[in-house]
Design a binder for this molecule. Structure first.
Ligand code: GLU
Length: 335
């Protein structure tokens, strides 16, 4: 039986959203609305050093300002959909994997990790060589006696995880070779992103995951974890990134493109028009509400090419506009 369509926004409240976050949020919203599904808002605030409750509130308010709504998930005054208060679920998932003998403590220090992992040829991500996999009880006791607190890694099989991304097409990864045993819980007790996302997407019944293509290479790990935890696998749609004029990925440090500045320069409709133009849904930016884009939405219009922004030259009044986007970034699309 097919599951009801449910998509999600899963932002990290570690600063004000930038244009790229908003671009992904609009596409996630359009994807789910064009399928008649439900939207869920989950705050990914696992890292207490980077995330703050005032960012969380601001983030929700910025989404609403643009006209993006959600049917379930985060609400002011409630923490159920904040990852920082979902530790019990992550613990359950962790215990389940531990019960399957898939986890082991890893005592490697940062410096040791550099020696214990080699950069993977294709993307430079480091692949751990598994040196803590088979430590004896005595070795573990000695390390703990010396004051080391372990992180916990999951033992990945020599197996290929394949899936078809709705935008980037067929994808595959050999887990042992391409990513290696990865961390599920840090030595300070904080659960890792991969575990929290897999557990949440599974438990929340997410059927559509739309997010930036920088997370494409995390997807096989998440699919494998979802399988180990007994959940169904969502459909994945990774969206091109917005790049700065000099080709860098936008980050929350790019303050000139954050929502604080954008809201001073644009009306919600004008900004939506700019985003729609970047997405390939409009030829020219024009004032539009997200709802009006629903009938225009199709993934083949969006395509795979990252977009390079040529600068903030957009309109401050509805209806006018020159657009930021001059040319696709020329980043070659993967096969
Ligand atoms: N929280 C992540 C971010 O803001 C996104 C995670 C996801 O969509 O899986 O980059």
């Amino acid at each position: 039986m097919s599951r009801p369509v449910r998509g999600r926004f899963a932002p990290s409240p570690s600063g004000r959203m930038h244009l790229g976050n908003l671009f992904a949020a609009l596409l996630a919203w359009l994807d789910v609305r064009s399928l008649g599904g439900e939207m869920l808002l989950r705050m990914e605030d696992l890292d207490p050093q980077r995330c703050r409750p005032d960012y969380t509130r601001q983030l929700a308010e910025d989404l609403e300002w643009l006209g993006l709504d959600w049917d379930l998930g985060w609400q002011a005054g409630e923490t159920e959909f904040c990852q920082s208060s979902r530790g019990g679920y992550y613990q359950e998932a962790f215990d389940k994997l531990k019960g399957k003998r898939l986890l082991y403590p890893c005592y490697c220090s940062r410096k040791e990790l550099l020696a214990a992992s080699a950069p993977h040829a294709s993307d430079g991500a480091r692949v751990y060589d598994g040196r803590c996999r088979d430590l004896s009880q005595e070795e573990k006791a000695a390390l703990e006696g010396g004051g080391r607190r372990p992180a916990w890694r999951v033992r990945v099989p020599a197996a290929e995880v394949a899936f078809t991304d709705e935008v980037f097409g067929p994808q595959g990864q050999r887990l042992d070779r391409d990513c290696g045993d990865f961390i599920l819980r840090r030595s300070d007790g904080i659960y890792a992103y991969q575990l929290a996302v897999a557990e949440d997407d599974g438990r929340m019944g997410i059927t559509r995951v739309v997010r930036g293509q920088d997370l494409l290479s995390s997807t096989p790990r998440q699919i494998w974890l979802l399988e180990q935890l007994g959940y169904e696998i969502p459909t994945y749609c990774h969206v091109p990134l917005l790049l700065s004029a000099d080709g860098r990925r936008l980050s929350k440090r790019d303050r000139d493109l954050d929502m604080g500045v954008l809201r001073q320069q644009f009306t919600p409709e004008a900004l939506t028009g700019e985003l729609a133009c970047l997405a390939g849904l409009l030829e020219r930016p024009q004032a539009v509400r997200p709802q009006e884009l629903v009938p225009l939405f199709a993934w083949d219009k969006v395509g795979r090419q990252d977009r390079r922004l040529t600068g903030l030259r957009g309109p401050s009044v509805p209806g006018a506009g020159t657009g930021w986007l001059s040319s696709p970034a020329g980043t070659p699309a993967p096969d």
